[in-house]
Design a protein around this ligand. Structure first.
Ligand SMILES: Cc1cc2nc3c(=O)[nH]c(=O)nc-3n(C[C@H](O)[C@H](O)[C@H](O)COP(=O)(O)OP(=O)(O)OC[C@H]3O[C@@H](n4cnc5c(N)ncnc54)[C@H](O)[C@@H]3O)c2cc1C
Length: 305
């Protein structure tokens, strides 16, 4: 049971939800870039019922942000003046429903999902094997790789809104295009139903994954503090090529620089601030636009003040 909450003004009443509720939590511990300020309030609901009670009790004017694995999020240095919600391990599960559908908890890691499915004789979602986020983040970002996107396999989503109401929604009722969706910001994804193809040849499934992983290791700095691709690829162009062509390869701001392996990956060399990263990104956008007349859009989500 949660006790000692000094942040009651955000809550309508003293509620009896379970989980971890903390104040002034250092957000750099929760993102891949390892930068950013503090969250005024940070909540990890133990179970769905706790999340429901919390949301029902949360004042409607309190900003709320749902965080997955933080592999595509940059929290600004002044932090987040509201509540950051992160789903607990109880939201991590994989249930094969029938011969072509699987239900996955939103906190499940995409890489883990790809490997578990491959071993269970389920094929199709191998592209997830290099995406280090959660299923919730993959839905929101319509994450993808190697010509496949989350939306290609997603059939149904279980969500909860700010009022704590649970609703099933269908991707075809929303926009899901290349790294962009129009799901309402208030929706927290709880569970997704994906379609898969049966392929009992487990070694064939695992070989597909190993090939993709090898390719990725050669071209991406997957062990660095990074958020993956900084910018989306503009139509008919590759962002990394535009960045190189504009002479940005060696740009840096403080301890933020571009990866030598992949020039669309900004890395925190250690000690970079979110401001360094954002400034470097903006310098690149400016240079690419001046030199080539092409606008690069951020793929990384920048959050906070
Ligand atoms: C090394 C590396 C490689 C990468 N490679 C790829 C790649 O190949 N392809 C690709 O598409 N991306 C890639 N990424 C980016 C990132 O992994 C994906 O965007 C991923 O889907 C983000 O998931 P996350 O859980 O980390 O989301 P977060 O960064 O935590 O959040 C991203 C967005 O999703 C929302 N969100 C998270 N969980 C939920 C939820 N339960 N309900 C509602 N909204 C939610 C957040 O509010 C936020 O708006 C890479 C990143 C890294 C670090």
């Amino acid at each position: 049971m949660i006790s000692n909450i000094s942040y009651y003004k955000n809550l309508k009443s003293k509620s009896d939800f379970n989980g971890k509720l903390k104040h002034n939590v250092d957000l750099s511990k929760f993102t891949w870039l390892q930068t950013g300020g503090k969250a005024k309030l940070f909540f990890i609901p133990e179970k769905l019922i706790d999340l429901k009670k919390f949301l029902k009790n949360l004042n409607i004017d309190t900003p709320a942000f749902i965080l997955g694995a933080g592999s595509n999020t940059l929290f600004r240095d002044l932090g987040y003046n509201g509540v950051v919600i992160k789903l607990s391990r109880n939201f991590e599960y994989i249930k094969i429903i029938n011969d072509n559908e699987v239900k996955v908890g939103a906190a499940t890691n995409c890489i883990k999902l790809a490997r578990i499915l491959a071993r269970k004789g389920a094929s199709g979602l191998e592209f997830f094997s290099g995406i280090p986020g959660t299923i919730g983040g993959a839905i929101k970002m319509n994450a993808g790789a190697y010509e496949k996107d989350t939306s290609d396999f997603l059939r149904k989503i279980k969500t909860i809104n700010r009022e704590g109401e649970i609703k099933y929604i269908y991707p075809h009722d929303y926009k899901m295009i290349y790294r962009e969706t129009n799901f309402p910001e208030e929706f927290i994804f709880l569970e997704a139903t994906f379609e898969y193809k049966k392929n009992k040849d487990v070694s064939d499934n695992l070989n597909k994954i190993n090939e993709l992983v090898t390719k990725r290791k050669l071209t991406q700095p997957i062990k660095e503090k990074t958020s993956g691709s900084t910018f989306k690829n503009p139509k008919n162009f590759k962002a990394w090529k535009l960045i190189q062509k504009s002479g940005c390869k060696n740009l840096r701001v403080g301890k933020a620089s571009l990866s030598k392996l992949h020039s669309n990956f900004i890395i925190n060399e250690g000690g970079a601030t979110s401001k360094d990263i954002e400034k470097l990104g903006e310098k690149i956008r400016e240079k690419v636009f001046k030199k080539l007349g092409i606008i690069l859009d951020w793929e990384i989500r920048i959050i906070g003040e």
